[in-house]
Write a protein that binds this ligand. Sequence first.
Ligand code: GNR
Ligand code: NI
Length: 175
Amino acid sequence: MIREILIWPDPRLKEKTRLVEGVDDELRKLIDDMYETMYDAEGVGLAANQIGVGLRLAVIDTSTAEDGGLGPMVMINPEILSTEGSIRFREGCLSIPGESEEVIRAPKVRFRFRDLDWNLVEMEATGFSAVAVQHECDHLDGKVYVDRISSLKRERIRKRMKRLKEARAAQAEEA
Ligand code: GNR
Ligand code: NI
């Protein structure tokens, strides 16, 4: 089932998420929905709180990246262990449609998460995949990339998202 992706700003995107305590059918169904929603929206990642579920859980698929892809992969309770270096990278977000801005990120990251069999998996990612992992972990900490840009740019985006939400509400009323 395709779920509705929350548009920033939304208080549910600011809450820190709760740790997942185990894998059951309900969680597996949620993960299926997250993949379906991510692919439908043509994203390379999706955090559970972007569809209003406050769990520390994200899916990622950067397998089309030229610089070495990751996934499709589900990350349960992901944590960043260490980062190396600093680059500027132009990011977008499914919760901030039509926008993109440069953010400072690490081009190399070590991270850890549980897989569906509850194995603790430790991995390294570089380039676009490293950025995507940091972007999803930010979501799960209640942060979005616009929290990492200038307030001038952020406020401009806030206005455009307000208009987008108004346009969508008007459209929903028409239908
Ligand atoms: O689809 C996405 N593209 C993207 C591009 C650059 C840096 C990060 C991303 S993640 C984003 C999907 C999304 O919003 N995940 O939370
Ligand atoms: Ni995002």
